[in-house]
Design a protein. Structure first.
Lengths: 127, 386
């Protein structure tokens, strides 16, 4: 598979790899995808008091495109409000990374991961 | 990083051996005659070269009669000619064709295509060690069966199939037996006395692409309906002017393989053992797909738990290997071979096929093992499944 330089850079030196404390009430966690499909993204956000995403971390089982999409979206959401973060769409990720069409599902998964992490955070807060 | 590319995908194709190329070259511009033009010296010169090549192929596979070798464009054509040719010629005798779940796509698709013509195709299951289930064959074979087609060596996992047992069973029932030996010829000793038809590929044995052969038993004579019509070359089974340089190429490749096969096998065994020991000593939860013993040494299919195959390949672009992961195919389905041998789906996505061959060096194997260990460790650290 021929990938863009942006995918290769994010794959080779991914920022935001890691985990946050799932028990922390300010942390929202999502796990999307399935091992049997070849892609799993675990994404976590920590939201600070003013409602902005202070930190985002990921761990990904998947191909280069899945890893790059996770790394990119965790980078993009940092410092953003939850509403702003929800506005990031899979096609923004796919376009930025110049993903080949067959890899579009990796960006879909990344969008799903951030949305579910936000949902998880909000449900913890009873919102 | 080694600046050069390391080729470890010898099941996909092999480089043409320079000794092969050197034999081929005169037949492009100087000795260019049509081997079927027997009326002049240019034609007979080419014909002699073609017949020498036919003999070289026959010798490697222990065929007594070189007329039993039919040149084709490659193993895909050989497999189609064998399967469709037998089915159409013997259709009055019966309509059952038996094959296995881990055959090459061209065998499975040829069989699938014949279903449209009313043939009853039985796909044999394969045990988890990658060996065809003989008991299932025993059950499937009946008096309507006209052909059994089972490969000699699998192209993804390298397992060697029980050709002798299948042969015995076919003989008992008077059923023709075809084997796709594209991955076996030149690597292990194959013997056509066990089969009625055998497919061979040029580019899998350090010959050129675009040429293959089909062994078709002459005593007793096995009949085929040709795939297409024309001048009736190759005993009427495969019309079209033979590509003399390519014939010379596959013939020379067979002659070299015959001379070097035994020694080469031992060399590859050592490389394989070194490689696997290094991987297993340094990485937990790595699984070898396919039987540990009943295999060719040059085809190593491993699953690395917790990470995805394409992800590994991306981390070592200088090493050319392949993966059973869906992410390397357009279909988004993982390898049907690994599925057939009941490899867990996530482990099918986690697989790499590493192929060693004639030009693989110890240094390359050492480098590849170290690099794989490094990349696997890095990716496992970022995997939610690890």
């Amino acid at each position: 598979m021929e990938y863009s330089k942006k995918v290769m850079d994010l794959y080779s030196n991914p920022k935001n790899v890691g985990s946050l404390n799932e028990e922390d009430e300010n942390v929202g966690t999502s796990v999307v995808g399935a091992p049997s499909c070849g892609d799993v993204i675990k994404l976590q956000i920590r939201v600070d008091d003013d409602g902005k995403i202070a930190e985002a971390k990921f761990k990904t089982f998947g191909c280069g495109a899945a890893i790059a999409s996770s790394a990119l979206i965790t980078d993009w959401v940092q410092g953003k409000s939850l509403d702003e973060a929800k506005k990031i769409k899979n096609k923004d990720v796919a376009e930025y990374l110049s993903l080949p069409p067959v890899k579009a599902h990796c960006s879909v998964l990344a969008e799903e991961a951030i949305n579910k992490a936000i949902e998880n955070y909000l449900s913890k807060k009873g919102k | 990083m080694l600046s050069k590319t390391i080729y470890m995908d010898y099941q996909a194709t092999t480089p043409c051996d320079k000794r092969v190329l050197n034999e081929m070259i005169p037949y492009f511009c100087e000795k260019f005659g049509n081997p079927h033009s027997s009326s002049h010296r240019m034609g007979t010169e080419a014909a002699k070269a073609v017949e020498r090549a036919r003999k070289q192929i026959a010798e490697l596979i222990h065929a007594d009669d070189e007329k039993s070798i039919i040149f084709t464009s490659g193993a895909t054509e050989s497999n189609n000619l064998a399967i469709q040719g037998i089915a159409r010629f013997y259709k009055e005798k019966g309509n059952r064709i038996i094959t296995s779940a881990i055959e090459h796509k061209c065998v499975l698709e040829a069989c699938n295509y014949l279903k449209n013509e009313g043939f009853d195709v039985v796909i044999l299951p394969v045990k988890s060690n990658g060996i065809v289930d003989i008991d299932a064959l025993k059950e499937a074979i009946n008096d309507k069966t006209i052909l059994v087609s089972v490969m000699t060596v699998n192209n993804e996992i390298g397992t060697i199939q029980p050709i002798d047992e299948i042969s015995r069973m076919c003989r008992e029932h008077g059923v023709l037996f075809h084997t796709d030996a594209a991955q076996a010829v030149g690597k292990i000793d194959v013997d056509v006395s066990k089969v009625d038809l055998m497919s061979i590929s040029g580019h899998k044995i350090y010959g050129p692409k675009g040429i293959g052969a089909l062994y078709v038993r002459t005593k007793p004579r096995v009949r085929l309906t040709p795939l297409f019509q024309g001048g009736g070359q190759e005993r009427g089974l495969r019309s079209g002017t033979l590509a003399t340089p390519l014939c010379v190429g596959i013939g020379t490749a067979c002659a070299i393989a015959q001379k070097e096969m035994a020694e080469e096998r031992l060399r590859l065994l050592k490389l394989k053992d070194y490689f696997l020991n290094k991987i297993f000593d340094n990485l937990p939860k790595v699984y070898l797909n396919g039987d540990r013993e009943q295999r060719i040494p040059g085809c190593i299919n491993l699953s690395f738990d917790g990470i995805e195959g394409e992800g590994i390949m991306l981390g070592m672009p200088e090493i050319c290997v392949s993966s059973g992961s869906a992410c390397t195919s357009a279909s988004l389905e993982p390898s049907y071979v690994l599925k057939a041998i009941s490899v867990r789906e996530d482990l099918a996505h986690s697989s790499l096929r590493i192929g060693f061959g004639r030009f693989t060096t110890q240094e390359e194997v050492e480098y590849a093992a170290s690099k794989i260990i490094e990349v696997v460790n890095r990716l496992r650290e970022m995997s939610p499944l690890w």
